[in-house]
Each structure stands twice: as structure tokens, then as C-alpha cells.
Design a protein around this ligand. Structure first.
Ligand code: PLP
Length: 442
């Protein structure tokens, strides 16, 4: 299908281009310094050392140029240096760097909150609290739901990822390493199965069962869920799953919180995943792509739910003026043209990946919408046994050929490129995956 032209920096299609096998000498120097001084908890998926970027092209310190299909974990929505975002950041930085929006006023903060509130799905007025990160938005949402309902219990889902601070990591259930050794965690949290069509998990029976056996719905403050699971494996549930939880929350006065930190901001081809599924949450959380890489997140809540009083919640840096400027410029681009580009390039990517699935039987499932696509690798399509070793090898082989990938779930490649992706970025990336899988004999 024809794709819309995107107003973004003109990028010559002179990439991917690997001139020095990565990690090259300059990359090795940075990696050695990093290894000496940084916390051992960082993951460091593979030895990519960034020096610059342009659109969906990322360049390393040795001059190698890569196609980026992961955007720094679904963050660089507008690419690495979109001129409109850079100009907005420079203008704001030239005025003042900080004043603290919790205590004082500035136009950028008020404008961004208005913009986000008006973008929220569903009718009625919304209000917005700005944060520095996704996890801070999750912490705030849990506090807000408890405050508003005067209840304690929170329901979350198997496979969820919500962050690493205490409430968020308690709700997280994607990998045990995030929790191991960090207890005690938050009390009063119950995890239930998440709908997973490929793995045949329905999840709805558990919803009925939990209220009969384990938790009274009258004690539940919030149901916190990702409308599409990110870190858990780019799992797209059936819309009925989200709709059923909406109904259950309505029946029992429970606050429905959608964590759209990864799946929002245009990723599914709609501004919010809630719009994609047609389900309206009471509270919507965003971060990641919101600032195109500057640290900013938001709790967007129905006015009737955001009832906490003056002084009950705040933040020193959240909604920093430079980050607000980046977010306003990002919203202009995402709402203006990038959602459409995500839909068009997403269709091209999905059909290309499905073509590859026919050729390479290690690809068990290809699912997604817009530029949020999960490619699940299995040892055998009949048994659907996950193949994490293959995913690790694929990531590294693709990296060496000039394609940046990132895994999630047990053995899924999450395709989450910048929303400025071009046809060249799609086609050249597909060719590399094809080549890698052929080389790996899978
Ligand atoms: C769905 C979701 N929620 C919350 C978070 C936490 O965000 P942050 O890393 O900005 O704290 C993430 C991060 O990956 C996420 O994907």
C-alpha cells in the first residue's frame, strides 16, 4: 500500500553499513570504562555504543550505521534528533532549566497537561500529573487509586512489566530477576493470567474465580494492566479481555489503570492503545515515547478519580520545562503524521514478517499493530516451545550485520522502531533477518 511521506530529516539510504566489525576499537574503549565504573545491575543487551542518530538510523562510535528496530526500548518515537523536537528543547533550555512545577507555574507544564488531558480516551474532563519516568507514573497511580477508593488491594497480571520501584516491581511479573532478593514487596497484590491468544491462555475464568475465592472486589482499589504487554512478550490480548475487565471495574467501583508506557504514544498506530482497542480506562499512564527520549511521564486520570488533595503528591523534577517542550513537540508530530506512518509501515512490516514466517519455521507467531510487533520464536511450531537461545543468537547476528533488535518475553523479538521508520528501514531490516535466520539454519 502507498505510504505517507513523513516530514523528518532527509536520510540518505546509505545504511546499514558496517565498516568495522562491532564492537570496534572505540566501542571497546567505552565498554571497558563502563564495565569498570557502572552498576553491575545494568543489562547491556549487546555491545552497541551509540555516537549519533538520525531518523531510524543509529551510528556507533566506530562509524558503523545501523537500522534501528528498537528505539532505545520504544522511546525514540520521533527518531534520534528530529529537528522540531531538538528546536523545542533548545528554545526551552535557553529560557530556564528548572523551577519545580509542584510548587510554581510555567506555561509548558500547563499546556502539556491540557494537551494530554484532552487526548485522553473517553468523555469527561481529565487531569494530569507529570512524572520523570514510567515507574514513577505507576507508583503515583497506585497511590491515587488507593487514596480515591480508600481500598488497598491491587490486581495485576502474569507477564506484566510496570517498572522497578517498589509498587511497580511488585506489580511486575514478567521475569523473577526483577524481584529476587528485593522483598518484602508491597502487600495486597494479586496476579491473574493475562489473555494470550497464541499460547491459548484465556484469563477470563480466573477473573470470575478470584472474586469468589481469594479477594473481595470491594477491597480492590485498582486493576493495573498493560493493554498490550511489552516486556512480557508483545502480547496482544483479545479486545474482549480488556472489555471484560472494564465491565468488572464498573460493577465494583474499581479504578481501571492502563499502563500505556510502552504501547501508547502512537505505537499501535493510534495515539493510545485504548483507542486501538476501544476500551476507556479511568487512569492512563504514559512515559517512554512521550518526550522522544527526554525523561517525562504522565498520569492522566478522569477528574472524578484524581481527587487527592493539595500537597498529597508531588515531585521535584517531574514535568521539567525542557522535557515538557520535548513532549509538546513530540505530540505534534505523533498526532500529526506519525500515527499514520506507524500504520502504513506497520502493515508493510507485518506482511514482510509473515512472509518470513512461511520460510523460517522458527517463527511461531507474528502479531501486532502499527509499529508494535512481536515475533515469537519457537523450537517447533507444533510444540510452540520457546527458543531463547535462537533469539539471543539472532540479536547478535543481526547487530553484526547492522540491525538493532531487542528481545522480550521468553523468546520474542520486539519490533518497536522509531515511528519515523521508512520503507527502506523496513525492507533492509527484513532482508537482514532473513539472512540471519538462514545463516543460523533456522
Ligand atoms: C509498560 C511499562 N511500564 C512501566 C515501565 C517503567 O518505565 P521506566 O523504565 O521509565 O521507569 C516500562 C519500562 O519498560 C514499561 O514498559
Amino acid at each position: 500500500m502507498p505510504t505517507k511521506t513523513v516530514s523528518k530529516p532527509a536520510v540518505k539510504n546509505d545504511y546499514p553499513k558496517i565498516s568495522v566489525p562491532p564492537p570496534g576499537p572505540k566501542a571497546q574503549k567505552v565498554i571497558a570504562l563502563d564495565k569498570e565504573w557502572t552498576s553491575p545491575s545494568y543489562i547491556k543487551e549487546y555491545p552497541f555504543v551509540m555516537a549519533g542518530g538520525h531518523g531510524a538510523m543509529a551510528e556507533d562510535v566506530d562509524g558503523n550505521r545501523y537500522i534501528d528496530w528498537m528505539s532505545g526500548i520504544a522511546v525514540s518515537a520521533t527518531g534520534y534528533n528530529h529537528p522540531k523536537v531538538v528546536a523545542a528543547v533548545q528554545e526551552a533550555a535557553g529560557k530556564f532549566l528548572h523551577i519545580c512545577g509542584t510548587d510554581f507555574y510555567y506555561e509548558g507544564m500547563a499546556k502539556l497537561c491540557e494537551r494530554l488531558a484532552k487526548s485522553a480516551p473517553g468523555p469527561g474532563k481529565h487531569r494530569v500529573f507529570l512524572t520523570n519516568s514510567g515507574t514513577e507514573a505507576v507508583e503515583g497511580a497506585v497511590k491515587l487509586a488507593r487514596y480515591h477508593t480508600k481500598r488497598a488491594h491491587i490486581i495485576a497480571f502474569d507477564g506484566a512489566f510496570h517498572g522497578r520501584t517498589y509498587a511497580a516491581v511488585t506489580l511486575t511479573a514478567s521475569k523473577v530477576k526483577y524481584k529476587a532478593g528485593f522483598g518484602p514487596l508491597l502487600p495486597e497484590v494479586t496476579h491473574l493470567p493475562y489473555n494470550n491468544p497464541y499460547r491459548g491462555v484465556d484469563g477470563l475464568a480466573a477473573a470470575e474465580h478470584v472474586f469468589k475465592t481469594r479477594v473481595s472486589p470491594k477491597d480492590v482499589a485498582a486493576v493495573v494492566m498493560e493493554p498490550v504487554q511489552g516486556e512480557g512478550g508483545y502480547v496482544f490480548p483479545k479486545p474482549e479481555f480488556l472489555k471484560t475487565w472494564r465491565r468488572i471495574c464498573d460493577e465494583h467501583g474499581i479504578v481501571l489503570v492502563f499502563d500505556e508506557i510502552q504501547c501508547g504514544m502512537g505505537r499501535t498506530g493510534k495515539l493510545w492503545a485504548s483507542d486501538y482497542f476501544g476500551v476507556v480506562p479511568d487512569v492512563l499512564l504514559t512515559a517512554k515515547g512521550l518526550g522522544s527520549g527526554l525523561p517525562i511521564g504522565a498520569i492522566i486520570a478522569k477528574e472524578s478519580v484524581m481527587t487527592w488533595p493539595q500537597g498529597s503528591h508531588g515531585t521535584t523534577f517531574g514535568g521539567n520545562p525542557v522535557a515538557c517542550a520535548a513532549a509538546l513537540a513530540t505530540l505534534d508530530l505523533v498526532e500529526g503524521e506519525l500515527c499514520a506512518n506507524a500504520r502504513a509501515q506497520g502493515e508493510r512490516l507485518l506482511s514482510g514478517l509473515r512472509r518470513l514466517q512461511k520460510k523460517h519455521h522458527s517463527i511461531g507467531d507474528v502479531r501486532g499493530a502499527g509499529l508494535m510487533i512481536g515475533v515469537e520464536f519457537v523450537k517447533d511450531p507444533a510444540s510452540k516451545e520457546p527458543d531463547p537461545d535462537l533469539v539471543a543468537k539472532l540479536e547478535l547476528t543481526a547487530f553484526k550485520k547492522g540491525l538493532l533488535l531487542l528481545s522480550c518475553g521468553q523468546s520474542v523479538v520486539r519490533v518497536a522502531p522509531p515511528l519515523v521508520l521508512t520503507e527502506h528501514d523496513v525492507d533492509a531490516g527484513l532482508a537482514i533477518i532473513d539472512e540471519c535466520l538462514t545463516e543460523l539454519g533456522r
